[in-house]
Design a protein around this ligand. Structure first.
Ligand code: PLP
Length: 284
């Protein structure tokens, strides 16, 4: 199939799936999600993503009405059914369906489970990316992967209108993350990234790059950095499930990074090796 959707037990192509108007997602964005990419139909870091998904749901008092192993098997099965070996696999849970009313009691007592898999592509790792900076005007739930993504939509549109790939967010001088990825710097041989507080999403890809840096003996610092420090860094990198290790070469029209290419290449190679190995791809 070209793509596939699951909603509360129903399965169909995404375009044909009908969702009730009283879905709390449409009234309030009252739900959480997670997303991962497949290679050779294998959803990468599946358990990390699903564990974060259950944690996000618990953080907003939603109990996912499907045991972990059942959801895991469903995602794996749907990924196999989609023709494209590279795809996005997406899971979502909302508080359910009920007449519009803010309090939980207006929701039925059955949260809705959504899954879809659609063909997609991963950001090339040999490209130099261009970004804009933007004041981070989001709220303080950035550590929960909620479906309330209006700020990310607006930031992404601004970046694209400027001919750029991502928007790097900052609260005052402090860099937080990007519209849909985490941002890191390399300086003096150290991988530095913002700490996991309520100002950033604890990215799965971020965690993997940190673990690999530590394994390779590259020091890691999880401390905030400023816009000025980012502009002066040896390299600036963004990561997400679709951007395993991407180098930023220009921010707000000014060249950045490019001063630690070997270190960057080591981290990038480790990222690629990990993904290929998980997908069972043998590289000659
Ligand atoms: N930060 C934000 C705001 C995101 O939306 C995402 C991914 O969607 C990330 C970071 C990266 O997270 P991950 O590496 O788990 O994809």
């Amino acid at each position: 199939m070209e793509n596939i959707a699951y909603y509360n037990g129903k399965i169909s192509p995404i375009e044909e799936m009908m969702i009730p108007m009283n879905e709390r997602s449409s009234w309030f964005g009252d739900g959480v999600y997670d997303a991962m990419f497949t290679m050779e139909h294998v959803p990468l870091s599946l358990d990390d993503h699903l564990k974060r998904f259950y944690r996000s749901a618990a953080a907003i008092d939603i109990k996912i009405p499907m045991p972990y192993d059942e959801l895991r098997a469903l995602v794996i099965d749907l990924c196999k059914k989609v023709d494209s070996p590279v795809a996005m696999a997406y899971v979502q849970v909302t508080r359910g369906v009920g007449m519009r009313g803010h309090a939980y009691r207006f929701a039925g007592d059955k949260p809705s489970v959504w899954v879809f898999v659609k063909p997609d592509y991963m950001d090339p790792l040999d490209k130099s990316y261009r970004c804009i900076t933007h004041e981070d005007t989001r709220y303080y739930y950035c550590n929960i992967k909620t479906i309330n993504l209006l700020p990310a939509v607006l930031y992404t549109e601004k970046a694209e209108s400027a001919g750029c790939d991502e928007a790097i967010l900052h609260r005052g001088d402090r860099v937080t993350e990007c519209a849909h990825s985490n941002v890191h710097i390399l300086r003096d041989g150290v991988f530095q990234t913002a700490p996991c507080d309520n100002l950033i999403l604890p990215g799965i890809t971020r965690a993997h790059r940190i673990a690999q840096c530590r394994e390779m003996g590259i020091p890691v610092v999880e401390e905030p950095f400023t816009l000025e420090e980012m502009m002066a860094a040896d390299e600036v990198i963004f990561t997400s499930c679709s951007a395993l290790c991407c180098r930023i070469g220009e921010i707000d029209g000014k060249p950045v990074g490019g001063r630690a290419p070997e270190l960057f290449e080591r981290i990038k190679k480790a990222a690629l090796d990990e993904a290929y190995s998980e997908a069972g791809i043998v590289r000659l």
